[in-house]
Design a binder for this molecule. Structure first.
Ligand code: UD1
Ligand code: BG6
Length: 397
């Protein structure tokens, strides 16, 4: 039932505050004043010790589910202290890549039925790894055949282009990282900040959904374009890939997500005054703590982690400068209040989004892209819920 919405995709984009609330329900524990804030994932509690001892965590998925895992990779590495590698299911199978019995392999799939992901699961089981599922469908093959897992509880998703499942998958993988890292005392403060951020996430999504009309206006500007580039890095490399995938799959416009650090190694050749380029340059939460200090003082006083964030932020500023120097047609996504500083002197179109804890920023940042893809599709007259040649669940190889 679409209710008051015209399309399922539109409904699923707008119901993300509610789907995220359901995903988080019963899993975040705030404790009393003396009790630490923690995460409880019922399906994993008996396996956390094994996961902490694993040699590697390997994320496997296809399409949007792969992108969600990519968005969660930095926080998983940071909190677990275990190296995290990424595998597109079909590529792992093509290579017969190495999976060891000391690995924890996490299978991310909305439907729980995608053929490539299922075959990769069989392969990892044969190799003796601990297999964890992150699925939206109770009773699906992946939910049944993994050793343990977490249901994302986003509710039934009908639009072929995944939207609410993506944001719930990231939230679940952030909780997974919190649960795996729960016994590291030095990271307690960081974990509590993320738990607070998760509690507040549905409100922030409500806020970012107010950009609907702005994204419709942007879609009107882009309606006749042939191509769109999206640059992101760090936590938001995944946002660049997923934002581009949304535009490509429903609006049928060529779109490419690019790791901003690779800009000089090829993509820069495409830049001219016509090609629209979105640059994701939102601020990382830790950066805010040292916002008032001058750069050199910051670099002297900051911890390695803050320093890393600062550098990442200023790197994105330099990407903007270099694109502007080549007369690039820029659309910059930045944190609220940063419009003037990301684009001094004007000349770029700016999308301001609410700032959240750095590792949760991809959940907020994808929403304007979902809205843009939706409006572009409607304006271009294409089928929103059933894009040409695509299926919701690809159950054959
Ligand atoms: C479970 C119940 C939920 C109930 C809650 C109360 C189910 C499906 N969930 O939620 O209705 O409100 O307890 O405490 O009955 N699993 C896999 N692979 C996957 C996904 C899940 O093996 O891909 C397994 C988990 O390890 C777990 C079971 O399925 O054993 C249920 O997982 P999940 O729904 O995430 O657990 P809870 O959140 O505890
Ligand atoms: C299909 C869908 O290609 O499968 C995508 O069209 C989806 O939207 C991909 O991301 C993976 O599906 P699942 O169910 O394994 O997450």
């Amino acid at each position: 039932n679409k209710g008051t919405y015209k399309h399922y995709m539109q409904k699923e984009i707008h119901e993300q505050p509610e789907s995220l609330t359901t995903t988080l329900r019963g899993r975040l524990l705030r404790g009393g004043s003396w009790k630490a804030k923690t995460v409880l994932l019922g399906g994993l509690k008996d396996h956390l010790k094994t996961i902490r001892r694993s040699r590697r965590i390997v994320f496997i998925g296809c399409g949007t589910s792969y992108n969600a895992a990519l968005a969660a990779r930095p926080i998983m590495e940071e909190l677990s202290g275990v190296p995290v590698t990424m595998e597109i299911a079909s590529d792992l199978l093509d290579r017969q890549g190495l999976i060891y019995r000391e690995d924890t392999v996490v299978f991310v799939s909305q439907s729980g039925e995608t053929a490539d992901t299922l075959l990769a699961l069989e392969y990892a089981l044969e190799n003796g790894a601990l297999c964890v599922g992150i699925t939206n469908t109770v009773g699906s093959v992946i939910a049944r055949n993994t050793h343990c897992g977490v249901h994302i509880n986003a509710g039934c998703e009908i639009g072929v282009a995944s939207t609410k499942a993506y944001t719930s998958q990231i939230a679940v993988m952030a909780m997974l990282a919190l649960a795996i890292g729960a016994d590291t005392i030095s990271k307690q403060e960081r974990r509590e900040a993320i738990i607070d951020g998760l509690f507040d996430l549905p409100n922030k999504i409500r806020e970012v959904l107010k950009l609907d009309q702005e994204m419709k206006d942007l879609a009107k500007l882009l309606i006749a374009e042939q191509s769109l580039l999206v640059f992101g890095r760090g936590y938001n490399y995944a946002t660049a890939l997923e934002g581009a995938l949304k535009v490509k799959e429903v609006a049928l416009m060529h779109s490419e997500g690019i790791l901003a650090g690779e800009m000089k190694h090829g993509p820069l050749a495409l830049v001219d005054e016509n090609l629209p380029i979105v640059v994701i340059a939102t601020r990382d939460a830790c950066f805010r703590l040292v916002w008032f200090l001058r750069n050199y003082v910051i670099l002297l006083l900051s911890t390695a982690w803050h320093r890393h964030l600062l550098i990442s932020n200023s790197k994105q500023q330099s990407v903007i400068q270099q694109l502007r120097a080549r007369k690039g047609r820029l659309i910059v996504m930045c944190s609220k209040g940063d419009a003037a500083s990301v684009c001094p002197g004007g000349g770029c179109r700016v999308i301001e989004v609410p700032q959240v804890e750095d590792c949760l920023q991809p959940v907020v940042n994808i929403v304007p892209f979902q809205l843009l893809a939706y409006h572009l599709t409607v304006l271009r007259g294409y089928n929103v819920d059933q894009p040409r040649n695509l299926a919701k669940s690809v159950t054959t190889q």
